[in-house]
Design a protein around this ligand. Sequence first.
Ligand code: NDP
Length: 401
Amino acid sequence: MKSKTALGVAVLGATGSIGASTLDLVARHPDLYSVVAVTAHRSVDRLIELCRRHRPTFAVLSGVAETAGLRKRFADAGFRGELLFGAAALEDVARHAEAEIVMAAIVGAAGLSSTLAAASAGKRVLLANKEALVMAGPLLMQAVRRAHAVLLPIDSEHNAVFQCLPQGEAGRPSLRAVRRVLLTASGGPFRTLPAERLAQVTPEEACAHPNWVMGRKISVDSATMMNKGLEVIEARWLFDIPPERIEVVIHPQSIVHSLVEYIDGSVIAQLSNPDMRVPIAHALAYPERIESGAHPLDLSALGQLSFEPPDTQRFPCLQLAYQALHAGGTTPAHLNAANEMAVDAFLAGRLRFTSIADVIADVLERLPAQDPTSLDDLLEADAAARRTAAASIEHYQARAA
Ligand code: NDP
């Protein structure tokens, strides 16, 4: 039974890993939350199952053409809500009046328009889709401010930073007396692998993260350390902090999710077991707290927490992200698009792991930064970078053959 006072949650990217954790939390707290919308790109069976379990008002299939057969399958499964098709429907449900909370958990640039739609409609936006901020940081933050939306970070690192910062105007995090933000990184599955073996690693090895179970794209990003690069850019816009005050430290246990250093030398950190339900629960309930289902942290059992500097020789993607952030304009969008293309090619067995960074470096070198003034400018930058990346991937593929 849905509670009449429960807040409506639209889960964009419901069939993914963040989507599953979000729906788990909503199901644990039916008095507080109800599911308004679930969306998938092509995972029809999984979306039907989610409709059966959560009875949303809307279900969206953004990457599948409408057919009577599909409508019948949802109806036969007992779905009485509205079934919508196409990418534009993602924006419709993100803006819908019943959706008080929007979980933006679509992977990649494909999530930008719906995230922007939710922010422009003044929603409480739970941002997992880091690529949206990487591509369109200033535009998205401007939409948040104009519409008085509440943007809460889901990335465990940014959620940790958010929790360690004081509140400023309009409940937004403040940088008052902050010297540095330290983002922790696990180092991924290849943290200790010798450089000469990196060219041979397989997609399966890259997706086997030591601490987190995640979608395939972010798993590869973690393995190349581009994930941390994207997060540096994300932090720059979320907290309005200059890049030189954002540092990365390797912390293989993924227990300390990030730290904030103050001018008096105090350092405040947020810790938990690596379970995405912790940051999602924080953002769903903010400023209250709810149970997340995560195992309590047992520090004595853990014994040791360790830290080391990142190795930018073996993992050049982190530096490429700083480079893109310094270049500004459309360059972070170029970086993001080139990375998405290269990761896709790697997962499809068409590109070596080590060539992911080569493709991104090629694209950054070939495309000059431009000053984007609209979403269309950014989408054009994304398309241009994808064309350049496609040519570069072919080059590295031919060289490896
Ligand atoms: P998954 O790959 O597990 O899920 C991605 C979701 O996006 C699926 O619902 C998928 O639908 C949908 N999707 C894929 N392509 C498109 C498209 N072109 N248009 C619309 N929807 C699409 O990803 P994750 O849940 O791991 O990650 C989601 C986001 O959260 C990413 O931006 C990631 O960086 C971020 N994040 C994830 C973390 C994690 O622990 N997983 C941690 C921190 C951030 P379908 O199933 O039909 O393909």
